[in-house]
Design a protein around this ligand. Structure first.
Ligand code: FES
Length: 108
């Protein structure tokens, strides 16, 4: 068990998310995006760091593990959160996510 195991929150309802799809998840004041890329789950803020557009309306690139903003087409790396092309410059915040047996957890 990791030392911070108490901070993991069960989000197993997102296990039904299909491959190549994204979903919204709000927790306290956080607006989060959950993405399923070929069975691997990623979690990040879902508000584009450029002009506050919801990235779940954008495009997932499964081979590259990126999401592209629907408004000005900046892409973000879902592992690091880094903005890969302008106009966005600031990274997205990413969150730890883990799949154990038939459960999915996120940590903040
Ligand atoms: S709002 Fe996302 S790149 Fe401009």
């Amino acid at each position: 068990m990791p030392p911070d195991s108490s901070s993991w929150i069960d989000i197993s309802n997102f296990l039904s998310l299909k491959k190549g799809e994204m979903a919204e998840f709000d927790y306290e004041d956080k607006k989060i995006m959950i993405a399923n890329i070929k069975g691997d789950f990623f979690a990040s803020d879902r508000v584009c760091t450029h002009a506050h557009v919801d990235l779940t309306g954008g495009f997932l690139n499964e081979p590259e593990k990126t999401v592209t903003c629907p408004l000005h087409l900046s892409s973000f790396d879902l592992k690091s959160g880094n903005a890969l092309n302008l106009p966005a410059e600031d990274p997205l915040k990413v969150y730890k996510i883990k799949k154990e047996k038939n459960k999915l957890f996120i940590s903040f």
